[in-house]
Each structure stands twice: as C-alpha cells, then as structure tokens.
Write a protein that binds this ligand. Structure first.
Ligand code: Z57
Length: 833
C-alpha cells in the first residue's frame, strides 16, 4: 500500500490515544456521535432500534481497534495459523456477547440508561445472524469464541448468505417458511473489505500446454467468473484483547465484462446477466442431514473454498518465498465434507499456478487438511455426480481422478487390496445413475486426521462408515468430543446463575476454566444453597414463562416441570416418541378421578425446532405436536396438570431463554444416531436434568455427572443393529399401541394426515425403534415424576449437573484440536512496537 511521504507516528498515536475510553461519558459521546454521523439521525430524537445501532457502532469501534492490534501482532510473529472452513456459522446476536467479552457491560448499561434507554430492550432490537442450520453451525460459532479466548492465531472462513435460516411460522399447525433477509437495516458487526477480492472460476474447459522443460501445464479456461468480496466479522475473546476474524465471502459480478457481448450492442442484457453472479451467495440451504445434489450448492462450496484458499496462499506468500514452510504455517479444518473441494483446489493452485508438481503438492496438501465428521446417517453423506463436477469444475475433476488413481494404486501395492473391496473404498462410486464422487472418502484420503465429535461417535465411524479406512490408517482417527462456550451459554444467558456460581466459588475464573464448576458439588447437599439454587431456577423459569405468555397468552403453572425438547425436527431425534408419551399422559389424566389428579405431577411440555422444507415426515410431526397441544391445552379436565407448546421459529436467541428456564430436557435419539448433540451440554450447564438415551455426548455427560443424576433409558448402540433386523417380530408394548391408537382414531383430529407417521413406526418400518424403547422411556418418565416430588433431591441433581458439566466447554475441545491436530499455539497479545 502507498505510504504517506511523512508518516508522523507521534501524531498518529496521540490522535487516537484518548478516543476509545470506556468511562460512561466517553461511551455516551461515542453513541451520540454514531447517532448523528453514522445513522444521520438527530441526537435529540432516536428510537430504541437506533439506540441499538448507535451503541453497536460504538462497540464496533472498540472491536476494530482490538482486531487491528491482534492481526498486526500475529503478522509480526508469523506463527502457525489455523483456518476453520465451514459452510455454516450460526452466530445469533453479537451485542451482549461483545459487551461481556470486552468487559464493558456495566458502563454501557449506565451510558444507555443515562440516555434514557433500557439495555434489555436495546439488545432485543438485534436480529440473529442465522447463517447455519443447527448443531454443526452453532458448533463453529462456539469454536470461534473459544479460539479467540484461548489467544489462538485462528480465523474462520465461510459465506455471507443474504438470506439466513428461514423464519418458521406455524399456522394451523403447519410449518410455513418465510425468507430471513437479515441485512435489511444493515449489519453493524461486519466490515466490508472491497479491496480483498478474488476471482472465482466456473465451467469451461482445460487445455494442456507443453512447457519448455517438457512438463505438462494445465490451464483452466473458465466459462464463468465471479468475484468474491470479503466481509470481516471481529470475534472478541473473553478477558483478552485478542480479537480474531470471521471472514465471510459475498459474490459480486466481476470487473472484466464480456466485451464481445458489449460490442454486439446488447449492453443492458449483458449487465443483467452479470448480476446473476450474486445469486451464488443468496441463500443458505436449509437442509440438515439430507444431501440435496443441487448445482447451486456445489457452486457455493467451490466459491467458498476457492476464495478462502486464494486468500490463505496470498497471506502466506506475503511472508514466504517458497512453499517449503507452508505446512508449518497453515492448518485447515474442514467442518464436515462441505468444504472438501478445498483439497483439489489447493492441489490446482500449487500445481497449475505455482508449478510445484504432483508429488510436492500432494505432500503439502496432506499435511495441512484435517476433517471432522458429524454424522453416520447415510442420507447426509455427500456424493456429487461426476458429470456435474466435470461440468462445473473440469480441472478439479481431473485432479480428483488422479488422487483416486494413486490411492487405488496404494491400496493394491501397499495393502494388498483388490476386487470388490477396492471398489468399495474408491473415491469414485459407480451407480446405476452414473459415477459419483464420495466426498467423505476424498476428505479422508487427503487429510492427516479425521475426527468424530463424541467418544461413541468416533468409535462408530471406525466400525461402520469408515471401517476399511480405519483398517489401513488407524492412526488417522481421533476423537474430539464437542463442547459449547460457557460465555454465551451460561455466563451471558443466565445472569442470576452466573452470580450464584461466582459467589459460591469465590471467583469468576470458571468463565475461562469451566472445570472449576466441580467446586459446586461440595454444596449440593447444603440446604440453604439448594434454596438459592432453586430460586435462581424459578427466576429463569419466569423469563421462559413470560416468553410463552407473549406467544400464547397463557400463564404457566410455575410448579410444573418445564420439560423441553428443542432441536431440528428429525425422525432419528424421536420428537414423535415424546409426543406419543404426552398423548398417553393426557389420556391417563382424562381417566382420573379428582382425588387421583391431586397426585399428578404437573408438566409443561415445550417442543421447538425447524423441519427442512422438503422433509415431509418432519412437517407431519410438527402438525401432530400442534394437534395434541390444541386438544390438551383446551381440555378443562386437564387444567394446568399438562400443557403442551410448540414454540415457533426456534433459534439461538430463543435458546438463550429456553435453556436456562428448563427443568428437564429430552435427548432421546435412537442410540448410535446422534453424533454428539450440543444442547445436552448447554442444558446440563444450566442445571436442567437430562432424560435420554446412551447416545452421542450423553454417554460422556453420564460419566461426568453420574448416571444416577440423569434419567437414562433405552437400548444401547450395540444392540440396535440386531433389534433392527428383528423389528417385525418384536412384541409391541400395549402402552405404545394405545398411544398409537389414540392418534389413529382421531383423538387429536387429522387422523388421515397422521397415517404416514403411524406407518413409519409400525412393524418392520420402525427404523428408529420407537416401539422398542417406548416402555423404557415411560419408565424413565415415571422416575422423573417421582424425583420431582422430592424437591431437595431434584435440586441436588440439578446442582450436580452443572458441577459435572466442566468437560463440555468448547475451550477444552479447542485446546485438544490445537494440540493433537493443528499444532498451533496460543499467541497472547502484547502491544506491537
Ligand atoms: C448437523 O447439525 C450435524 C451433523 C450433520 O451431519 C449435519 Br449436515 C448437520 C450435527 C449432529 O447432528 C450433532 O449430533 C452434533 O452435535 C453437531 O453436528 C455438531 O457436531
């Protein structure tokens, strides 16, 4: 960049020295400054939303200062950096998180209230950044928070979708999807970088040129080119100035216009044609775990990794002459197979643009990539048709074939593999519809490490989907049990519990060292402490109750168990089993005498989650929950002994109210199907008891918290395959049959509409073994009711849940990734000279 002739350092430092002060008056000055000069409103007249935007901009100034210092420091030290590549980041809101992590909550609160604004309301004006579907996207966001807090030289890379996760509206019990155009009023947390832009190519053909030394040179003559423009999102660490970057790419038409079209006089239509480039980053695909082989999605994937790799290579080259040190300076984590095209793209950049030759390029590539698998469900595994990859990315397809050819050679020569087994391991799969690229196999072959996301899941991938690969490369496989950030999911979303924990432990060090929570266990039996703990829970329940009051107009029974299942709607997660048991509970209450009813433990059942727009069964499950809710909630015989609510548009911000306010949470997937789950960890931290199967991270939560402090039920993953093969002969529990009959007989209306649901759990169709686990589930529910009758015992278990949740901080997870996979070290910030 051009430098001014006389850089007056003294003047420059002095000018901003007094700028970003965090006393109340300085903050008020900066807010009012942004009202006038950023929003161009009057300082005498701005509404709550404008107060939010002005306060956000004032905070953004402080973030940018830290971002600049952190990035200059990292550049100066040039350590190994890690890049987290993900098609999804489910960030939620930023304002409260930034206030908390920067340690300026108090002065901002005073500054705003001094100006006449209520922090709570100001904060509500922010819209969620929902650039993700569910667990996988939220995990990426928790990881960014931990990487910043641990002072790691790390960046996230992804896509700046213009439409995030759809808004779910439930009308008459049916899900409707509404577009989430989240950028309407601008997004104050991003910094557009018009100068950080790269061309991304698509289509066209490859030509070969003989170079002077007799080498073959491949040149990709693209048929379409778009520009990727960077938008940077500062991610502040907690109690450290370290502020890392989430760089999201947006597609723009490229500068070089097709001159021929212009010269033939079709000026207007060639501009309109160019505008189509922007559609690449228009919309997030809302499918969670169903592979949709759409061309636009493949374009998005290539767009993201191509821009990202150009950026990473450019940054590396700024400081290095050759590629020798590349693997010592760069680590890239692939969040699922979605960014796997980064592998052939790096090969292409090294070979075709830097002339490194196959052997060196492959050596470098296999040292920098590592890959996380998030599911064993076959319908989620990406397989792109060779014909499509060939058309969109002809050079990449050649490289994938070459990778596969060498891999197959290695299998034959070094591992003595041949015949069917060779075919079963090939990256290219031959099907009746044509050849497919198995992205997970490509990722596996090129990565130095593959990891699962909880112990049971990491064990399962070695035994099932990746078995043959584990046989030849056992040392590639690792486990990295997921975690969540306790900053957002405890400290920020549950202030009363934050205060109680801090007061009890005598320190707030748990906010960065979550293991310290085990100090709470010593107080679990203490009656006065239990009393305080219960009061804190009531406070959080009241917040959730007020949310439901706004939504439904109902006043909740505060003595009821708040029983919550919130997550994407999927058959394997068994929301259907939950609602069947609710139907049965309803039926039981209906047949009770008034005397008998006095013994019933009251429940408020809360279910929330989005169905993928094309997932018919999931949508029927939502309708069923709504139908049961309608019947139960309006039945005077039931009163407030049982209420059922479907909370529409479940998202990060709603979770921040729902999780702290729950007494009980349901983690009831068929054993072996939920890779980890992460809401289970959030609930445990907030003292909500788990009713669940021995699946995903539940297994490790049980190790930490104690099985006796949870309500565990159902068959184990080891038993599932055998049970599946015997499904049609299994004895059906009469209670299960009765619940099914209630629905089939139209107790809740819509019997015909629900019949595909009934079929899906009947006999040999019951893939997720609802019939088989139902009895054990009801038994666990009975234990829940019993436990609730003993308040002291319940509270004790609630305390022990929080006390045992220390392992499930994403700080622990990220520390393990850094040590065992990335080989990156913390770089604590110091002011650069
Ligand atoms: C997704 O959210 C997850 C896995 C996937 O393959 C896709 Br696609 C989306 C989830 C798992 O279902 C959870 O069990 C896990 O906790 C989460 O990823 C984070 O690892």
């Amino acid at each position: 960049a051009p430098q001014p002739d006389h850089l007056n350092r003294e003047l420059l430092y002095g000018l901003l020295d007094s700028y970003l002060k965090n006393d109340v008056v300085s903050i008020q000055e900066s807010i009012v400054h942004h009202v006038e000069f950023t929003l161009a409103r009057s300082r005498y007249k701005f509404d709550t939303r404008e107060a939010y935007f002005a306060a956000a901009h004032s905070l953004r100034d402080r973030l940018i200062e830290r971002w600049n210092d952190t990035q200059a420091w990292i550049k100066h030290k040039d350590p190994k950096r890690v890049y987290y590549l993900s098609m999804e980041f489910l960030m939620g809101r930023t304002f409260l998180n930034a206030l908390h992590n920067l340690g300026v909550m108090q002065p901002y609160q005073h500054a705003l209230s001094g100006l006449g604004y209520d922090m709570e309301k100001v904060q509500q004006a922010e819209r969620d950044a929902a650039l993700g579907n569910g667990g996988l996207g939220r995990l990426a966001s928790c990881f960014l928070d931990s990487m910043a807090t641990l002072n790691l030289p790390a960046w996230g890379y992804g896509i700046r979708y213009e439409y995030g996760m759809f808004r779910q509206v439930v009308s008459e019990g049916f899900q409707k999807e509404q577009p989430d155009y989240w950028l309407t009023f601008g997004y104050p947390w991003e910094i557009q970088r018009p100068h950080v832009a790269y061309p991304v190519k698509f289509y066209g053909h490859v030509s070969v040129h003989e170079s002077q030394d007799g080498r073959q040179n491949f040149v990709w003559n693209a048929g379409e080119e778009v520009t990727a423009v960077a938008y940077d999102n500062p991610i502040p660490g907690f109690k450290t100035p370290s502020t890392i970057n989430l760089r999201l790419w947006a597609a723009k038409p490229c500068q070089e216009f097709d001159l021929e079209a212009f010269n033939t006089g079709d000026y207007v239509s060639s501009i309109i044609d160019k505008q189509k480039a922007e559609t690449i980053t228009s919309v997030l695909y809302p499918d969670d775990k169903t592979f949709e082989g759409k061309e636009l999605r493949l374009k998005q994937q290539h767009f993201m990794v191509s821009a990202t790799l150009q950026d990473i290579v450019r940054r590396y080259k700024e400081q290095h002459e050759t590629f020798d040190a590349f693997p010592e300076k760069v680590a890239m984590q692939l969040n699922d197979t979605h960014p796997t095209l980064g592998i052939p793209e790096l090969m292409r950049i090294l070979m075709d643009e830097n002339h490194l030759g196959w052997t060196r390029s492959w050596e470098i590539t296999t040292k920098v990539f590592s890959f996380t698998n998030h599911t064993v469900l076959p319908e989620a595994l990406e397989q792109w048709p060779v014909s499509l990859v060939e058309k969109l990315l002809p050079r990449h397809m050649q490289i994938i074939y070459d990778i596969n050819w060498r891999f197959v050679q290695e299998l034959e020569q070094n591992h003595g593999i041949s015949g069917d087994k060779l075919g079963s391991m090939s990256i290219i799969l031959d099907t009746e519809y044509g050849k497919m690229v198995r992205m997970a196999y490509l990722a596996l072959v090129a990565s130095h490490t593959v990891n699962g996301v909880a112990a049971i899941h990491s064990k399962l991938i070695k035994e099932t989907i990746f078995k043959e690969f584990h046989d030849i490369w056992p040392e590639k496989f690792q486990n990295k049990t997921n975690g969540v950030t306790q900053r957002r999911w405890l400290a920020q979303c549950n202030p009363p519990l934050n205060r109680l924990i801090t007061e009890t432990l005598g320190t707030e060090a748990w906010i960065t060292h979550l293991d310290l929570l085990k100090g709470l266990a010593a107080h679990a039996e203490d009656e006065t402490f239990q009393q305080k703990w219960a009061e804190v829970k009531v406070e959080a329940k009241a917040k959730l109750a007020s949310l439901l009051k706004d939504l439904t107009g109902d006043d909740l029974n505060m003595d009821a168990i708040f029983d919550v299942q919130v997550k994407r709607i999927h058959e394997y997660k068994r929301q259907f089993m939950n609602i069947l048991s609710v139907a049965l509970r309803y039926d039981r209450i209906k047949s009770m005498t008034e005397k008998e009813k006095e013994e019933v433990v009251p429940r408020v059942v809360i279910i929330g989650g989005k169905a993928a727009p094309g997932y018919d069964m999931a949508k029927r499950i939502i309708k069923l929950i709504s139908a049961v809710s309608e019947t139960v909630n309006n039945d005077p015989d039931v009163g407030d002994l049982l209420k059922v609510y479907f909370v529409p548009d479940y998202n990060v911000s709603l979770a921040e109210v729902i999780v702290p306010g729950s007494d009980l949470n349901q983690q009831i997937s068929t054993a072996g199907t939920e890779a980890s789950g992460t809401s289970n960890m959030k609930f445990a931290m907030n003292g909500s008891l788990i009713i669940g199967t021995m699946d995903g991270a539940n297994v490790e939560i049980a190790e930490e918290i104690g099985e006796e402090n949870m309500f565990i039920f159902g068959v184990g993953a080891q038993e599932v395959p055998a049970l599946r093969s015997q499904r049609e002969y299994l004895q059906v529990d009469p209670q299960f049959q009765h619940a099914v009959n209630l629905i089939q007989n139209g107790h809740f209306g819509w019997a015909d509409y629900f019949s595909p649901l009934i079929e899906s759990i009947t006999g040999s169709r019951d893939w997720y073994l609802l019939a088989n686990d139902f009895e054990s589930y009801l038994d666990a529910q009975e234990r829940v009711d019993q436990e609730w009758r003993d308040k002291a015992s319940w509270t004790r278990k609630s305390i022990l849940s929080t006390a045992g949740s220390g392992k499930f901080s994403s700080d622990r997870t990220i520390h393990e990734y850094a040590e065992d996979i990335w080989g990156v070290e913390p770089l604590p910030p110091t002011i650069p000279e």
